[in-house]
Write a protein that binds this ligand. Structure first.
Ligand SMILES: Nc1ncnc2c1ncn2[C@@H]1O[C@H](COP(=O)(O)OP(=O)(O)O)[C@@H](O)[C@H]1O
Ligand SMILES: O=C(O)[C@@H](O)C(=O)COP(=O)(O)O
Length: 408
């Protein structure tokens, strides 16, 4: 293994795994810490954790254990993959984890860059933009778990780490990899927010990071890395799965709610409310039978607008309502897989984590892209294929597109 990635959620893991696979690296996504060694042919190992919103201390323990495993497989460089919208709270978990990993790996300048231009995320003057708005003016200000209210990454990260936070400005990045490398080398101990507004800038940062032990970023940070090992882009082979499909959507993002609306015109739907999930009176057998009775892959969703989400959170608690809904999706997915569902599309990072864990999908082979940042995935050795869609990714018709591509 050359490159080791620790992703703070499962959709994020498949997002960066796609970038690396498209870059030509033999890439495998692991669901949690693997219990044995990696296959010899794996060049990039991506460990998906579900540690974005857990206690910082637990996130540090889990990521350090993941780093130990990746290093033991020979990884020369570690990436901590975070969300391209920098999803975190004032307490973490990006800062605490990045600091712990830097101290473990002996890194002095940790390049931090969540930019993902293809999906509209750019970093300029240390500020994160979503398309043409500042992060704090985007739908991310209403995120159920990590509302993002400050677009200045330097200020936000400084709340989360005792390390100094520095800035690698666009003016330097535009001068090329040599200038960016030299700028990084001036720091004896810093988290360095890198500006990047185009893929080209991310390739420059990737080249500048050659030989560094730790990087923190979105999937864009991976664009320039395969070339550091002289690996060139290659097509990704894919055999799909013809079995029945289902869409499980727990994301409340603007993009996902649009996708739910579009797909509702094409297939049967079942809404899970926070009230029903908390009351615990949803019968998994009944919902599974209903899914299997449909001719077109149906959609089960809890995706709701910010008003509904905030009312549920006030009534039941933020973590409690999230946990109840995630658990329901997880139990449902496990039951459906038992009953022969072959294609599962999930929307939402936390939701995808809960579902993938319940499916026991601990090794995923990376297929071709369905949309920017979302690959088709095959559960290794099983007749089951998945798409784990980040809340904000994909066009309006993503669900239908994903189900079609997963078929092969
Ligand atoms: N109707 C709802 N009310 C309250 N919380 C919800 C509702 N629907 C989903 N959630 C929770 O919101 C969180 C959404 O996060 P996630 O699945 O990561 O989506 P995203 O990718 O958009 O961040 C999950 O924990 C989910 O269980
Ligand atoms: O970087 C990204 O935006 C994604 O890979 C990602 O991590 C998204 O997380 P969710 O929105 O929670 O799915």
């Amino acid at each position: 293994m050359k490159l080791g990635v620790i992703a703070d959620d499962f959709t994020g893991a498949s997002d960066i795994a796609l970038a690396l696979a498209e870059g030509g690296m033999a890439t495998v996504q692991y669901g949690g810490l693997p219990d044995g060694p990696a296959d010899k042919d794996v060049q990039a190992g991506v460990i998906a954790l579900k540690c974005r919103t857990i206690l910082p201390k637990t996130a540090v323990e889990q990521t350090c254990a993941a780093a130990d495993w990746l290093l033991a497989q020979g990884a020369e460089q570690i990436i901590y993959k975070v969300c391209s919208t920098f999803d975190s709270t004032r307490e973490g978990n990006i800062g605490p984890v990045a600091q712990a990993l830097a101290e473990k790996l002996g890194e002095t300048a940790v390049l931090v860059c969540p930019a993902f231009p293809e999906n509209g995320r750019s970093v300029y003057q240390g500020h994160l933009f979503v398309a043409d708005t500042l992060l704090s003016d985007s739908g991310m200000r209403n995120h159920p778990l990590t509302p993002m209210t400050d677009p200045d990454l330097r200020r936000w990260l400084a709340h989360q780490t005792s390390w100094p936070v520095a800035h690698l400005p666009a003016a330097t990045v535009f001068q090329g990899a040599g200038a960016a490398r030299a700028a990084l080398a001036t720091h004896a101990r810093a988290m360095v927010i890198g500006d990047a507004i185009r893929d080209e800038d991310l390739r420059t940062l990737g080249a500048a990071a050659k030989g560094r032990r730790l990087l923190v970023g979105g999937s864009g940070i991976a664009l320039g890395l395969p070339a550091n090992w002289d690996i060139a882009p290659a097509p990704i082979p894919w055999d799909g799965e013809a079995g029945p499909g289902v869409v499980l959507s727990g994301s409340c993002s603007v993009a996902t709610r649009g996708q739910v609306e579009t797909y509702s015109a094409k297939a049967a739907t079942w809404e899970i409310t926070a009230e029903a999930a908390m009351a615990g009176n949803i019968d998994i057998d009944e919902v599974s039978e209903w899914v299997l009775a449909q001719d077109t892959a149906p959609l089960i969703y809890s995706s709701a607008d910010p008003k509904k989400v905030s009312a549920a959170q006030k009534r039941f608690g933020r973590e409690e309502s999230a946990e109840a809904i995630e658990t329901l999706f997880a139990r449902l997915a496990a039951r459906l897989a038992e009953k022969g569902i072959g294609r599962i599309v999930t929307a939402g990072g936390e939701t995808s984590g809960a579902v993938t864990q319940a499916l026991g999908a601990d090794r995923l082979r990376i297929g071709p892209r369905i949309a920017a940042g979302v690959p088709a995935l095959r559960v290794d050795g099983r007749p089951l294929v998945l798409a784990l869609k980040s809340g904000n990714f994909g066009g309006p018709d993503f669900f239908a597109e994903a189900l079609t591509l997963l078929k092969g």
